[in-house]
Design a protein around this ligand. Structure first.
Ligand code: 13P
Length: 331
């Protein structure tokens, strides 16, 4: 069981491949469909995910796809459940298992991610449905006197308990503490908060007994707040990000797969490219959501005749990011 965890984690971050995050909750996915003029029905959410995962040759640049629970239980048009169709396409099925960030008592403006109650039973069901890895996202906001030690600790503790439960079920946890880009904070504020957060997360993972070679870390890149007015280039973002990770993440972690966090698709790719030029003990890859799928969703827009156009746009973005992994990204 444990060797299998390490093997799955290694496959998720295999050289030259990243992870596609297509696990928006029903509410978020419905909003995004409506923004491109598509009715937010269960069938349209299903069709959109089928369009993504059946993109020809997706597995050349994508090791696995994170789904939400709704999609994990749905089937592709020929009747096979998504996990079965994905395995046949060479894609590892993943599942988002947190139930969302909710206000944390005693911490105004901050949240704790929920979903631990009943998680052991849900994980064994998800494993039986074919899930090989899971995801849990904690949200850390930077603001005046934020994040609080209380919110950081509550989130780090929950991430560690989630990760231990995943490994018990033979599922590789993606541990995602996201320091948000929203706000006017500087890049050095982001670096400091990311470092403190990761240090606390790894302390909690150790206490919980989580095997580091059987997990993948999904952090934010170190970037300035959206409203800061700072505009660092990819080399600066890469140096700050890899610097913080080298200070805080044990070398035995199987790999690091970044979220895009609201960066433009091209900025996320350029930053990923610049990181490949720096020494690091782990594979550094992508687990982008918006930076991979937003252009494809817009191109498809729910129209059957634009299905292949949407897939081509996704394939282009995946190609940009696999080029970045080889250190030769250009649009
Ligand atoms: P973004 O790349 O859009 O930030 O999404 C990644 C993700 O999985 C967030 O949990």
């Amino acid at each position: 069981m444990t060797d299998q965890l390490a093997a799955t984690a290694a496959a998720m971050v295999e050289r030259g491949k990243g992870i596609l995050a297509a696990d928006e909750s029903i509410g978020t996915m419905s909003d995004r469909l409506q923004q491109v003029g598509v009715e937010p029905t269960e069938e349209n959410r299903r069709a959109y995910r089928e369009m993504l995962v059946t993109t020809p040759d997706l597995s050349n640049g994508v090791s696995g796809v994170i789904l939400c629970e709704e999609t994990l239980r749905q089937s592709v048009a020929d009747g096979r459940p998504f996990p079965e169709a994905m395995q046949a396409l060479g894609l590892l099925p993943g599942i988002k298992v947190d139930t969302g960030a909710r206000p944390l008592a005693g911490a105004p403006g901050e949240t704790v991610t929920e979903g631990l109650d009943g998680l052991r039973g849900r994980l064994s069901e998800f494993a039986a449905l074919g899930a090989r890895f899971a995801k849990w996202r904690a949200v850390i906001v930077i603001g005046e006197n934020l994040p609080s030690a209380r919110a950081r600790h509550a989130n780090a503790h929950a991430l560690a308990r989630y990760a231990a439960l995943c490994q018990e079920a033979g599922i590789v946890p993606i541990v995602e503490p996201e320091v948000m880009m929203t706000g006017a904070h500087s890049m050095s504020d982001c670096a400091a908060v990311t470092a403190e957060t990761l240090a606390e997360v790894f302390a909690e993972l150790r206490i919980a007994g989580v095997r580091l070679d059987g997990m993948v870390l999904k952090p934010n890149m170190v970037v300035p707040g959206k409203d800061s007015g700072e505009t660092p280039g990819p080399e600066e973002v890469a140096a700050a990000t890899v610097g913080v990770l080298r200070d805080t993440v044990p070398a035995s972690v199987a790999g690091i797969a970044f979220l895009s966090g609201g960066q433009s698709a091209s900025a996320a790719s350029a930053n990923l490219d610049a990181m490949q030029k720096l020494p690091a003990p782990w594979p550094l890859t992508f687990s982008f959501g918006r930076a991979l799928v937003a252009p494809a969703l817009e191109a498809w827009a729910g129209k059957a005749e634009l299905w292949e156009t949407g897939q081509r746009v996704l394939a282009h973005r995946v190609g940009c990011n696999t080029a970045a992994l080889a250190g030769n990204y250009s649009e």
